[in-house]
Design a binder for this molecule. Structure first.
Ligand code: FE2
Ligand code: FE2
Length: 297
């Protein structure tokens, strides 16, 4: 099964779902507006206030222990000033994506899924900083949304996807390879179809499609390599969908490592063991963030 055939299969599967979740048009507009260097806080606030659910979630997140404001923030405009516009991009997109996939009927345990996603986001941001990547927020968002296709498989292909999850419990293969073998497509192609339907910016589509094969990326191979490596780190640590996926990796054999070493020679000398301890220290923050997102509004 080659990439084109897997893409065709993904298009058929995604196309067959009538009630595919949508993300608010406001979220896509906010992303576009934030790309404009002259945009003002007033413009962004006016746009966001037209989506009550998004506004409520952002205010809630912001007043959670994760952001630790010195006093309660009650207006969206103050929130935007406090956060800075770049942070808003992250919140607008992630809160919308999370809302699109509420529910408990899927094969995946959503809390564990988002802990993995936010964990990959956090590690991506750390790696991006270490290699001097220009847009840390973009790295963070990319990590959070990289596995979107999994939620589709979990919700809309529940039974076949459960077979995939059972398969990797007894066979030493990666989840993505088991999907290709048993479903004829993977969460990468499925995620790409969804991201296109939702008008995600090209760089995010690229990460969703190529985070398991960063050398094939066409828009931003460095970003894909960052997310790929973060994904590997999270999968072998405690942010791995509850230990479902069999995986071990040898850093020197990873194509992402080769890409990033070329980008930043200092990164090549990183003390990997120490880095893993640093990540373990950050795990409670990720869990706290996810639990604050999922407590009811
Ligand atoms: Fe993935
Ligand atoms: Fe992942």
């Amino acid at each position: 099964m080659n990439k084109i055939q897997m893409m065709e299969r993904a298009e058929i599967l995604v196309g067959a779902v009538d009630d595919l979740p949508t993300i608010p048009i406001v979220a896509t507009k906010v992303l576009q507006l934030l790309d404009d260097p002259d945009v003002s806080i007033e413009e962004i606030a006016d746009l966001m206030l037209s989506d009550q659910v998004m506004t409520a979630r952002i205010m809630k997140l912001l007043n959670s222990p994760v952001y630790k404001p010195t006093q309660e923030i009650t207006s969206l405009k103050r929130a935007l000033v406090y956060l800075g516009l770049r942070h808003v991009r992250e919140l607008a997109l992630t809160t919308s994506v999370i809302n699109a996939f509420d529910g408990t009927s899927g094969a995946l345990e959503l809390n564990a899924f988002w802990e993995h996603s936010f964990g990959v986001g956090m590690v991506s941001k750390i790696i991006a900083q270490k290699i001097g990547y220009k847009d840390l927020e973009k790295a963070y968002i990319s990590g959070i949304i990289h596995d979107l296709g999994e939620v589709f498989l979990s919700n809309f292909l529940r039974e076949p996807f459960l077979e995939v999850l059972d398969y990797i419990k007894i066979h030493p293969v990666k989840l993505v390879d088991a999907e290709a073998e048993l479903l004829g497509t993977t969460h990468c192609e499925i995620g790409l179809c969804m991201a296109r339907k939702w008008n995600f910016p090209e760089a995010y589509c690229d990460v969703i499609a190529y985070h398991h094969s960063p050398t094939e990326a066409t828009v931003d191979p460095i970003l894909c390599a960052i997310v790929n490596l973060s994904d590997l780190f999270c999968t072998v640590r405690e942010l791995n969908y509850g230990g479902r996926e069999w995986i071990s990796f040898n850093l020197s054999e990873e194509e992402a490592w080769t890409i990033l070493k070329k980008e930043s020679p200092e990164f090549a000398h990183m003390d990997v063991e120490r880095f893993c301890y640093e990540l373990d220290d950050a795990i409670p923050d990720v869990k706290e963030l996810v639990s604050s997102i999922f407590t009811p509004l």
